[in-house]
Write a protein that binds this ligand. Structure first.
Ligand code: NAD
Length: 381
């Protein structure tokens, strides 16, 4: 039976002034498969209601907290189909567990949890509930990231030897967490963020992109995490050397004190026969260089792209797609998987959509990097 109605989403987080909650709403609704109908948007009931008004949500479905949302929605005939989590990290585990225990699938923002121990608990909760769980590692939704992934899988680069991944931002170059800046305040508080600052906020994206594109797994690492800005309670700058399961080596750099940088995520993969280079700030082009051939630039929407890349392209070539569209790709895959699951398919999540395994690996990466930095030594993954 086809699913003709839109899937109903309940969001936790995304209150007034929030960064990523509104992005989730736009991305979820972009393809017309999902609509936001309920939420606990803020820890303040008034602000939750104000956010609901701005999203044009029935005031009766703007809840004072997530437990109230889950309890009330579970009783409704037109209940939400899943819960989206867009809160600071310390709430990812409790909200996900509450949703799963009430029978609601979950789409969560990264990092999966605040600590590695919590990620193990979440993995168990997902397995026990047997419900779909997706994780919004946004960059996995870009067409040319899918193309890079397909190229690595095809073996065209030859055996991969070296990877350089960097994620450089400059917005925390000053101690803006002490000025009340909303996004910085909780990120600099280990109780709300978890112990890994820059490594947990953006290092984990770089780590995910590396494994997602190459299909390789990190097996060992040596990391140095620093708090460059005086008084900051979490790291704001990280450098890691990584060993991969095929014997390749990688360097991962993440910094939030790289003055002048915006969202400088870049991945370079070097194989025996050639290399690829993708930059998030120029996402519609993928640069390929060959040992025995000319340099090649692949453009988003090119008819020559892999099936995986073309499947997530919406517009003809020359019409740039970006962050919102990439985010929406993840929601579209999640929506299609939910419909398949409702129709009885046991494991409907596609391999292209990050899920609980990626979440646990990401949290392990943060944990291992912190251990390595503290002990000043190589650690096994
Ligand atoms: P933010 O501070 O802008 O927004 C957090 C929102 O959560 C706020 O509206 C706040 O009121 C709300 N909130 C806090 N406690 C709550 C509670 N108990 N109940 C309901 N709502 C509550 O933070 P942000 O930058 O949007 O980050 C939120 C999450 O998204 C983080 O986990 C972050 O790591 C992640 N994030 C992911 C990406 C990505 O690329 N996928 C980008 C940015 C942020």
């Amino acid at each position: 039976m086809a699913q003709y109605r839109k899937l109903r989403m309940g969001m936790v987080g995304g209150g007034p002034g929030a960064f990523i909650g509104p992005v989730h709403r736009i991305a979820a609704e972009l393809d017309g498969k999902i609509e936001l109908v309920a939420g606990a948007f803020s820890q303040s009931p008034e602000r939750s209601r104000a956010a609901g008004e701005s999203y044009r949500i029935d005031p009766g479905r703007c809840y004072a907290d997530y437990r109230a949302m889950i309890a009330a929605e579970a009783q409704r005939a037109d209940r939400i189909d899943f819960v989206t989590i867009a809160t600071p990290n310390h709430l990812h585990l409790p909200v996900a567990v509450a949703a799963l225990e009430a029978g609601f699938p979950v789409m969560s923002d990264k990092p999966a949890t605040a600590t590695y121990a919590e990620a193990i608990a979440l993995e168990q909760a997902v397995a026990k509930a047997g419900l779909p769980y997706g994780l919004t590692h946004t960059y996995a939704g870009y067409a040319l990231v899918r193309e890079a992934r397909a190229i690595c899988a095809s073996g065209k680069l030859g055996r991969i030897r070296k990877i350089a991944v960097e994620y450089l931002q400059g917005w925390l170059s000053r101690p803006i967490e002490t000025t009340g800046q909303k996004q910085a305040a909780w990120r600099a508080d280990p109780a709300l963020n978890g112990p890994g600052g820059c490594i947990g906020d953006i290092g984990v994206h770089a780590f995910h992109l590396l494994e997602y594109v190459t299909g390789l797994q990190v097996t060992s690492l040596q990391a140095t995490l620093r708090s460059v800005v005086p008084g900051r309670r979490v790291d704001d700058d990280c450098t890691a050397v990584l060993g991969l399961d095929n014997g390749a080596g990688a360097v991962l750099m993440a910094s939030q004190v790289a003055a002048g940088e915006g969202n400088g995520l870049r991945l370079r993969v070097y194989g025996e026969m050639g290399s690829l280079d993708w930059r998030q700030e120029d996402p519609n082009r993928l640069r390929l260089r060959w040992l025995d051939g000319a340099e090649e630039i692949r453009h988003a929407a090119g008819a020559y792209l892999s099936d995986d890349a073309r499947a997530v392209t919406r517009l003809p070539g020359g019409h740039p797609e970006g962050y919102l569209e990439a985010f929406a790709v993840l929601y579209r895959e999640f929506a299609d998987a939910l419909v398949a699951w409702k129709q009885g398919q046991a494991n409907p999540l596609p391999a292209t959509l990050p899920g609980i395994c990626a979440g646990v690996r990401g949290m392990r990466f943060i944990d291992r990097a912190m251990t390595s930095s503290q002990s000043k030594s190589w650690v096994e993954f």
